[in-house]
Design a protein around this ligand. Structure first.
Ligand code: FAD
Length: 289
């Protein structure tokens, strides 16, 4: 089903599969998506060459498998940095052939040796998709704390507007650890006439090392509440991960109470973490019991 159609009907709950390095083998992806499917998410997305580390060859096949074998709507990511129109057409034709209706159109991170070819920004890709593959529902990224290369919130809003004007049907946020940024961002979006639904992406942190890396790659602020919990967990990695899960659940429950269009979990393929979040969102009434 098209994601804009689902978002028009309800507050959504969805998962992201993330292959950290290299290609995610189809069988492994099936095991992960199959386990996540037990929670009946509205969709499962699969990242595309995140961080420039492979995983572009299997994305379409993983999405086809998720949708056609497991019965869960699939969202296929696509980055355009270094891509030609022919590359994009080949990928999108494959998706359409396999019945995938949803694509998340992204620029991708700047990586050494990768220069833009036919697309400079995500909005160029969105416009191209809407012109040449009009049957696809097209999502785009947005950044409650601003993209790492963006100067200020005004520029952030302008870029979101470009994406909306190019035809983006919905947005998914970058992760953040302080909900206040999201609430302020949402107000700015309303003032800037951003009318498309905004799905909130949240990632439970797993360790001090990981959250520090995130802070420096995507510019997410680390609130003192998070720092205190990591300090309380000490050097124990399991306790740090448990602190991350508990913090994410509190964040998600607060977002649920404040009326969001959808909640999207960056699972990092941690299945038990996903299941525990799912249970917590049932307990707070965001998801049906
Ligand atoms: P853009 O919207 O093109 O923005 C990139 C930069 O250019 C920003 O600083 C923006 O302000 C600026 N800009 C945009 N348009 C203009 C313009 N017209 N004029 C001037 N400046 C402009 N990465 C992956 O590699 N694989 C993935 O699967 C993936 N999935 C993601 C999913 C989500 C929900 C999010 C939030 C991010 C994801 N990323 C992924 C990371 C993403 O690729 C990076 O954040 C990337 O650096 C920016 O992508 P974008 O689509 O937001 O780019």
């Amino acid at each position: 089903m098209r994601i804009d159609t689902i978002l028009a009907r309800k507050q959504t709950y969805s998962y992201e599969i993330f292959p950290p390095r290299g290609e995610l083998p189809l069988q492994q992806a099936k095991e992960i998506a199959g386990e996540l499917a037990q929670d009946h998410p509205d969709w499962i997305s699969t990242t595309f060459s995140a961080g420039g580390h492979g995983n572009s060859q299997n994305v379409a096949a993983i999405c086809a498998q998720t949708q056609n074998e497991l019965g869960v709507t699939a969202l296929a990511h696509l980055t355009c940095m270094g891509s030609t129109k022919e590359d994009v057409d080949y990928y999108l034709d494959t998706l359409e052939h396999d019945g995938i209706q949803n694509v998340l159109a992204l620029r991708g991170d700047k990586t050494a040796g990768k220069e833009p070819k036919d697309f400079r920004y995500a909005s160029d890709l969105i416009a191209y998709i809407k012109e040449h593959h009009p049957s696809l529902c097209c999502g785009a990224a947005c950044y409650p704390e601003g993209h790492i290369e963006t100067k200020n919130i005004k520029e952030s809003m302008e870029v979101m507007k470009y994406k909306q004007d190019a035809g983006a049907d919905f947005f998914v946020t970058q992760l953040f650890f302080d909900n206040e940024y999201f609430y302020r961002f949402r107000e700015s979006c309303a003032r800037s006439r951003i009318k498309r639904p905004i799905v909130v992406g949240i990632m439970p942190f797993t360790s001090q090392k990981q959250i520090q890396r995130i802070a420096f790659t995507c510019g997410a602020s680390i609130p003192s509440a998070v720092i205190k919990r990591i300090i309380a967990a000490g050097d124990d990695r399991d306790k740090q991960a448990q602190a991350g899960l508990e913090y994410a659940i509190e964040q998600l429950q607060d977002l649920a109470q404040n009326g969001v269009d959808g909640l999207h979990i960056y699972t990092m393929n941690k299945l038990q973490v996903a299941h525990q979040i799912h249970s917590a969102l049932k307990e707070c009434g965001y998801l049906a019991a």
